[in-house]
Design a protein around this ligand. Structure first.
Ligand code: AMP
Length: 185
């Protein structure tokens, strides 16, 4: 099963990605987690990504696409994968579509987790200073970036017949159950 999770920051995407990936037995690939690990280890990739992450901006596509393309060549994705946080704009989506088409391994589904802005803002603010990019100013910017750059993916994947939408309000278990219910057999 090859899946993508899409949703605004604070919609519980990371939590659901880990739970769903474990349930269906595929690796969860979070570009945010990979970037944060590189920032922590002060790798060249991390040093480049940090300035964008701290500002709530997208890391440039060339850097991000190369990182994901490499990750998708690892042996563990032969059984499938769940991408969390990628693609984040239409250009990234096109690059991913082309890579998967070339490998004859198209996406099975794209799960959109819907949550309204007030809800996710409150949630992110309560997460507090756990992450360097969780200050109110940066959070608002990340929400703007989501609306302008990432939200168009919903139409992109709907046109391709793979979009599944679930409501992100409720307990972790409730949202997990909704996602499992819309996954293709
Ligand atoms: P996340 O953990 O998914 O909220 O990502 C945290 C930050 O990592 C984002 O605000 C971006 O700066 C960066 N990032 C994660 N995924 C991507 C992506 N697909 N394209 C560009 N930047 C990304």
């Amino acid at each position: 099963m090859r899946l993508v999770l899409v949703g605004p920051p604070g919609a519980g995407k990371g939590t659901q990605a880990a739970v769903i990936a474990a349930k269906i037995g595929v690796p969860a690939i979070s570009t945010g987690d990979i970037f944060r690990a590189n920032v922590g280890q002060e790798t060249p990739l991390g040093l480049e990504a940090k300035q964008y992450m701290d500002a709530g901006q997208l890391v440039p596509d060339a850097v991000t696409n190369a990182m994901v393309a490499d990750r998708l060549t690892h042996a563990d994705v032969s059984i499938g994968f769940l991408l969390d946080g990628y693609p984040r704009n239409l250009d990234q989506a096109d690059v991913l579509t082309q890579q998967l088409e070339a490998a004859h391994t198209p996406l099975d589904a794209v799960i959109e987790i819907v949550a309204d802005t007030e809800h996710v803002l409150a949630r992110l603010l309560s997460r507090g200073q756990g992450r360097a990019d969780d200050t109110e100013e940066v959070i608002r910017h990340r929400l703007d970036v989501y609306a302008s750059e990432t939200a168009p993916l919903v139409g992109y994947y709907r046109e391709r017949g793979v979009l599944r939408t679930v409501v992100g309000i409720g307990s972790v278990d409730e949202v997990t159950a909704r996602i499992l219910a819309v996954l293709p057999a």
